[in-house]
Design a protein around this ligand. Sequence first.
Ligand SMILES: Cc1cc2nc3c(=O)[nH]c(=O)nc-3n(C[C@H](O)[C@H](O)[C@H](O)COP(=O)(O)OP(=O)(O)OC[C@H]3O[C@@H](n4cnc5c(N)ncnc54)[C@H](O)[C@@H]3O)c2cc1C
Length: 554
Amino acid sequence: MSTPVILLVSAKHADSLLDEFGRYARDYDLRVAGSSAEAIETILAVKAEGAPIALLVHDGDLPDSHPLLAFHHWRAKVPTARRIIVAHWDRFLELGNELRPGLAKGKYDAHLLMPRGVRDEEFHAAITEMLSDWGQSVAPPVIETVRIVAPPGLPLTSEIREFTERIGMPTRVVRPDDEAGKEAIAEHEASGGTVGFPLVRVDTRGTYVPSSVREVATHFYTHIGGDGITEVVDLAIVGAGPAGLAAAVYGASEGLNTVVLEAGAVGGQAGTSSMIRNYLGFPRGISGMRLAQRARGQAIRFGVRFLIGWEVTKLETGAGTEGHHLLHTDSGTVTARSVVVSTGVAYRKLGVESIEALVGLGVTYGSAMSAARETENADVVVVGGGNSAGQAAIHLARFARSVTIMVRRTSLEETMSAYLINEIAYNPRITVQTCAEVADGGGEGRLDWLDVRDTTSGEVTRREAQALFLLLGAAPHCDWLPDSVARDDHGFVLTGRDIPAECWTDGLPPLNLATTVPGVFAAGDIRSGSMKRVASASGEGASVVPMVHSYLAP
Ligand SMILES: Cc1cc2nc3c(=O)[nH]c(=O)nc-3n(C[C@H](O)[C@H](O)[C@H](O)COP(=O)(O)OP(=O)(O)OC[C@H]3O[C@@H](n4cnc5c(N)ncnc54)[C@H](O)[C@@H]3O)c2cc1C
């Protein structure tokens, strides 16, 4: 890949900007323009050279354009670049008052104060965050840790890539007849393996042919010691979304011998979010993957053991010696004094057979960060009216030619946060189609068209669509729980006062996050009445720990 460009635009302060961004000159090509028009010329020239643009930076005072209009025009040319205002201190407050409402609407990504001296590391932390976010979500990986060799048309390829990218392994997909593909195949044959696809090559661990994502997960993680857990642990957490991760950090830091069992990638639903903007303490937002990796690292630091790729298939309450709980998985059984159920929710299925057959072949459940890069110049449909659909549409619009958010309702107002509705309204590539549902879909080996039904008239219209993202609302992950863990009519786990009064002891309800089974607690989206947000899930994960402590106390 050619060196990515950082474009600095200023009539008066170009020298200061260039000086300040000098520390990035090794990895980025710094270009300077004096006006909005000159910036457009530079953008077109850079595109003609085939180089990507990572950042568009200006000081908020352009001689030939309103600052936000300039971003608007530049974004039309290069929608994947992050947009930043670095305001000179003479104008910082004034520009802030005038332009910040645009920040709330997603017209640009950050409003920073130009450093007033050397080593302004706060400023550079913000720039590095933007570059890292761009690098992770837009740029093709520079380093390759995982190589997947596969011919087109294998759904498992995208599932594996989604998993490896979510656990922070830069991944490249190549065809068997590419040089890199041939090289991996030869390596596999030389090691005595039988070639099949997808074939996975991991930097330091050779090649193998997995038949499921779980096999890939086990390949990465089992050696960390997962299968060595023979003792009775104090706390077993099922599910490593924000709730499970917070319970792990607080449990282990408060001295509990803690194990986390996770069926897929760490981070849960939050790990699939391109940018979480409403989590306290991250003013410029944080990608779900990064949040999950940080939390996992934090938990490991306190001694938590993660069993990744271990799906709990059954909980036997009180069935172990001394009434301990048994958690069964295909890889083994974990015995625990207490259990936190934090298995969250999974997307509902669309239920259209032709569409289900194309999952991994243009059809994706969830926002699928890695699939976004493949939507360049595609017409994309996002089905769903929640915040996750809104975020997915905004992220996809950086790549796709057009993005249509499709909902059955008459508007998004009831289901999506206002800040996302505003951002969508401002984004020229996104349209919202209300009173509509997907009735059918197909294509030659992958999705190419959709039949869309108007829910008021019943009329069906065919349209082109090369990618369909389904974010359809949630059903709880609770099949593995025994009936003794009481649930509401939709399958969400009942806790505290919501538990039927006949299960209370001495007229008192169980603790807030306790279930109907002593020693089994629930936190996060799986809990009946939960708020379905990252902050509330992690808050519950933290709050459950004192309850576990009081249960375990002799
Ligand atoms: C695309 C997207 C964007 C979002 N954006 C935001 C946002 O910007 N702000 C916000 O506040 N919220 C957002 N949310 C909602 C937020 O992510 C969830 O509320 C939060 O992740 C819930 O956390 P949780 O830990 O309860 O469950 P989850 O995140 O659902 O995690 C549950 C975990 O349990 C695992 N699991 C399930 N069953 C088993 C089993 N049997 N054995 C082992 N493991 C199992 C799953 O694999 C999963 O990793 C978003 C959600 C999505 C999907």
